[in-house]
Design a protein around this ligand. Structure first.
Ligand code: PLP
Length: 422
């Protein structure tokens, strides 16, 4: 059974001042999990987790992760600027972008962050855009084909737009070295949301074997291996959550087997997890405001896909708890819908739930990563608030809900909607 990290009483206290819908985050859960990640990889001297900012760019959460020793992984100008403003040091910022505009390479170079090149042609593009190369660079690898793990989970890197082929990446390091780059990293992101302790160790083997071969063939020694993201979470109640301690030990074993004998025992392991760091520690809190009985049974809530797009975009499962009815029989079948004029705006389809009454508060689980951050303003829907449940059980508004002024802010001084903006 999946249980929310907040109680009904706590939510009722919060809704006295902050109306639903809102996303709430669990500070205690985020901190404990970050500590478990750092402990799992403490055998590696250079280990660092670079939190994928796109998963949840709320500055208050980024600060919490910073306090727990994490860096950040950015993919855009805004993510870089935000991270810089929050005081992340240049070596604590990874720029893993793709299809990158010249201005963003220039900005990353100004900040002095670690640039992760997605493509072979980016070497030329970088040189033309920036004029020189940094001392330290990373390249993104894509082995192509189908990538399969022992439990059958697989993805299709051959179809993915990211990374360089093996031939390209060998040549890339050789060229970069000739242009003055002194320190190299390798990065790969092959499978998303893996719910298996095997993904990182399997990926580590692929990358470790590659860098041993690179060293033998070119003499170039890689100094850091970035395992990127992809460690998943148990969205469904019947899934077994990943155990980060087992994952860390699995990578350790492959490290000792492949890198240590090759004289590469100083290689630093980096990660760029997003989902695993904050996903389970967020929930979307929403109130049932309509019930509809037609060809199906519908419950309409006050949140919509603008607050959480994953079900609409990928058909993703997000568990739902009806607060106060945790132990009631799940003897009703509902589609739980938002208010967008799009039929995909459903948080759940044919979901077995307890009987829902109007005014019931629903907790939609696992919205801490790729939740609020994916949202948009379709249908003129304004984005809702974000709340932090602090370690002592008190709460804090960490982003107010949007207003019509925010929505119209880009029309300022154009004389069309001045009445509203005034
Ligand atoms: C999205 C992304 C991540 C984080 O992925 P998760 O699935 O959230 O762990 C890490 N690195 C890069 C380059 C990404 O694009």
């Amino acid at each position: 059974m999946k249980t929310p990290f907040v109680t009904k009483n706590q939510i009722e206290e919060i809704t006295k001042t902050i109306p639903t819908p809102f996303n709430i985050y669990d500070e205690k859960g985020i901190r404990e999990n970050a500590r478990a990640v750092n402990k799992a990889f403490s055998w590696n001297k250079g280990f660092k987790e670079y939190f994928a900012v796109k998963a949840n760019p709320n500055p208050f959460l980024l600060k919490i992760l910073q306090e727990e020793g994490c860096g950040v992984d950015c993919a855009s100008y805004v993510e870089l600027a935000l991270s810089d403003e929050l005081g992340f040091k240049k070596d604590d910022i990874m720029f893993s972008s793709n299809d990158t505009p010249a201005s963003e390479f220039k900005y990353a170079d100004n900040l002095g962050v670690i640039v992760n090149l997605d493509d072979f042609t980016h070497i030329d593009f970088y040189e033309k855009s920036v004029g020189h190369f940094p001392k330290k660079m990373c390249c993104r690898f894509n082995p192509g084909g189908v990538y399969e793990l022992s439990n059958g989970i697989m993805d299709n890197p051959g179809d993915s737009k990211y990374g360089m082929t093996k031939e390209q990446i060998f040549e890339a390091y050789t060229i970069l070295k000739s242009k003055g780059v002194e320190e190299f990293g390798i990065h790969a992101f092959l499978v998303s949301n893996t719910v298996t302790n095997d993904y990182y160790p399997t990926l580590a083997r692929t990358l470790f074997e590659l860098i041993v071969e690179l060293k033998e063939k070119t003499g170039i020694a890689i100094s850091f291996v970035n395992l990127s993201g992809g460690v998943g979470i148990a969205y469904r109640p019947d899934q077994k959550a990943n155990d980060i301690a087992v994952i860390g030990e699995g990578v350790h074993k492959v490290f000792d087997e492949i890198l240590v004998p090759a004289g590469l025992g100083d290689v630093a392991i980096l990660t760029e997890m997003g989902r695993f760091m904050t996903g389970p520690f967020g929930g979307l809190v929403t109130t049932a405001i309509h019930e509809k009985h037609t060809y199906k049974e519908y419950i309409g809530v006050d949140a919509c896909a603008v607050d959480l797009m994953r079900p609409a975009v990928y058909g993703s499962y997000h568990h739902i708890t009806v607060l106060g009815k945790e132990n009631a029989p799940e003897d009703h079948v509902y589609d739980v819908t938002g208010s967008l004029c799009e039929n995909c705006d459903k948080f759940a389809v044919d979901r077995q739930l307890p009987k829902i009454d109007m005014g019931d508060i629903l907790f939609i689980h696992d919205t801490g990563a790729h939740g609020y951050s994916m949202g948009y303003n379709y249908n003129g829907k304004l984005k809702s608030a974000e709340v932090l449940l602090k370690e002592d059980g008190s709460f804090k508004l960490i982003r107010r809900p949007e207003t019509i002024k925010d929505y119209l802010a880009t029309f300022d001084n154009l004389g069309i909607v001045d009445g509203i903006l005034k």
